[in-house]
Write a protein that binds this ligand. Structure first.
Ligand code: UDP
Length: 314
């Protein structure tokens, strides 16, 4: 049994990781300022004896937690959808920079391993396909996505620096587009947007020509990869994602088919000039180091997710 401090536990991915860690018998203390996360994601844990929640912003001083006796400190807090981080760009920069430093200090003082939830966005609009961990990226430092991309790149840089300077064990996951239950209907991501539009028979809003690609990973697979990485002894970044690549247009058509919707496609301008044109993980490292590969096919995962969103589509 380990004692784990986890930021961002009220978010979509953080709440699933919290559930899993508790299920595995660990003690979990969540810090979250509820900027984009939701209380309802953790409501079912209110009376759990090994669970604690504190409404706190990790970009502020955390020195009172230095003596917490943590075995692992996990930093999963950040606005993560393009709509959310465009709405909260300063908070996004702060949680990736000050927040990462503050949590690294907690890990350093308590001798804990440090886990960083990073992202495929560190590759920017990539020129290498599929993206391997050794690829250093093609990233705009001035565009509208830079508040997220560069905050995560800084977060990785300071994490690796703490590892070199202080010998802190680090785990860095680069998550690729993850979806599933608890992802907010209104966070603007393509999966909730298209499913909600399809369920309501509204037009499906494709940005640009729909030829850009993404590779979607079901949340249960993502959580499995994260937990395996957390308990591994591997200090380099690891991509976790599902390498089934599809265009956004193909994705829209799949959702129409799976929902039996009457929705039509409608095309809108791209909201971000630096919207990645292709994204697909190379997962050789996760296979080799963690023995991990996705188990849920896109069709199965989307069917589960559609079933979840039906309650909100009435
Ligand atoms: N997208 C879209 N329609 C929407 C929302 C998103 O066509 O209603 C596109 C978006 O421009 C991007 C892709 O879908 O090319 C994935 O967007 P998302 O916001 O899910 O996350 P991203 O992978 O860009 O971080």
């Amino acid at each position: 049994m380990s004692k784990i401090l986890l930021s961002g536990g009220s978010g979509f991915l953080g709440s699933h990781v919290t559930d899993r860690l508790l299920k595995d018998g660990h003690e979990v203390t969540v810090l979250d300022n509820l900027l984009t996360g939701r209380r309802v994601n953790l409501e079912h844990l209110a009376d759990h004896p090994k669970f604690q929640f504190f409404e706190r912003d990790v970009a502020e001083d955390l020195s009172d937690l230095y003596e917490g006796g943590w075995d692992a400190v996990m930093h999963m807090a950040s606005p993560a959808s393009p709509v959310d981080y465009t709405r909260y760009p300063i908070e996004t920069l702060r949680v990736g920079s000050h927040g990462t430093e503050n949590l690294l200090e907690v890990a350093r003082h308590s001798g804990a391993r440090f886990f960083l939830s990073s992202t495929s966005e560190v590759y920017g609009d990539p020129e290498v396909h599929p993206q391997v961990e050794s690829y250093v990226g093609h990233v705009s430092s001035t565009g509208t996505r830079a508040c997220y991309d560069e905050a995560k790149r800084f977060a990785e840089a300071i994490t690796f620096t703490y590892h070199r300077q202080f010998g802190i064990p680090i785990r860095v996951v680069r998550t690729f587009n993850t979806y599933g239950p608890r992802n907010r209907t209104d966070d603007g991501r393509v999966v909730p947007n298209f499913i909600m539009q399809a369920l309501r028979n509204e037009p499906i809003t494709i940005h640009g020509d729909g030829h850009q690609t993404r590779s979607f990973c079901y949340v249960a697979d993502q959580v499995e990869g994260i937990v395996r990485l957390l308990w591994s002894d591997y200090n380099e970044p690891v991509n976790i994602g599902n390498p089934v690549e599809m265009t956004i247009r193909e994705f829209a058509e799949l959702i129409i088919e799976l929902t039996g919707s009457e929705s039509q496609l409608t095309f809108q301008p791209l909201p971000h000039k630096d919207d990645p044109k292709r994204r697909c993980p190379n997962i050789d490292r996760a296979k080799e180091v963690l023995g991990w590969s996705p188990q849920v096919s896109p069709r199965e995962g989307f069917a589960e997710t559609i079933a979840y969103y039906r309650q909100y589509a009435k």
